[in-house]
Design a protein around this ligand. Structure first.
Ligand code: OAD
Length: 228
């Protein structure tokens, strides 16, 4: 079975009603990264950080996968599909994809602040001040903040180097190290980038750019790949 590796970003979930970060109505227009998505913010203003992710989680509970998520799940009929997502939502899981690597964490999980291995499911939408891990530390959102290490970048780069076909969907490729994953994909491998707006990827060989929203662009590409 051929291996398809798919790198997804916020754009794939846009049609499910989740805001992207850097579009004109994106989250980083409304919030300052340094106020809600850094460890420093967590130390200085825990309530604001908890509230920011609680609101995201509350909203996620009302969202469903869209045609693009479902099309990627359907691609497993013919290919070994590995998804690498920068998204912290669970829409790939809900659509039925089976191999998903989250680079930036998972919104529906909480993590100990003294032991990174202690990870818990969050019931409902709210993670509260005073909720502790079994070692007694306050639980934090299980997400990667700016300035923090991205532990899953190592398996993600290995997976990218093994792809037979590579898809990039709905990411501005602004945030490293995720944005550098394309560099691990061998030059001869066919690559497809789906995004309604242009994304700068100078120097990438064998790249087809599909300027469509994910719902249409991914569905059509998956149809083609299933018929190949
Ligand atoms: P961005 O908000 O930076 O980029 C979203 C991309 O999706 C843009 O290129 C849009 O053109 C595109 N887009 C918008 N609507 C779309 C649609 N319907 N279909 C397909 N594409 C669409 O989001 P990311 O690149 O995912 O990290 O951002 C990367 C990281 O930056 C996030 O994981 C998050 C953020 O800060 C952390 O919080 C650590």
């Amino acid at each position: 079975m051929k291996k398809i590796v798919v790198l997804t970003g916020a754009g794939i979930s846009a049609e499910s009603g989740i805001k992207t970060f850097r579009d004109s109505d994106g989250l980083w227009e409304e919030y300052r990264i340094e106020d809600v998505a850094t460890f420093d913010a967590w130390l200085k203003n825990r309530n604001l950080v908890l509230d920011f992710y609680n609101q995201r989680r509350k909203q996620l509970l009302e969202c469903s996968p869209n045609a693009a998520h479902y099309a990627l799940a359907a691609l497993e009929k013919k290919y070994d599909v590995q998804i690498i997502t920068q998204n912290i939502d669970d829409l790939h899981e809900k659509a039925g994809s089976t191999k998903i690597l989250h680079l930036h964490g998972e919104l529906k999980k909480a993590r100990s602040t003294v032991d990174d291995n202690l990870i818990y499911d969050i019931e409902g939408w709210e993670l509260k001040k005073g909720e502790r891990c079994e070692k007694g530390s306050q639980l934090r959102p299980h997400v990667v903040w700016f300035g923090e290490a991205v532990p899953n970048i190592v398996p993600a780069s290995q997976l990218s180097s093994k792809a037979d076909i590579y898809l990039v969907i709905g990411t501005s490729l602004n945030v490293y190290p995720a944005a550098g994953l394309l560099n691990y994909v061998p030059a001869n491998v066919p690559k497809y980038l789906i995004d309604p707006n242009g994304v700068a990827v100078a120097g990438t060989r064998n790249l087809t750019i599909i300027k469509e929203k994910a719902g249409k662009g991914v569905t059509e590409l998956v149809e083609k790949l299933l018929n190949d």
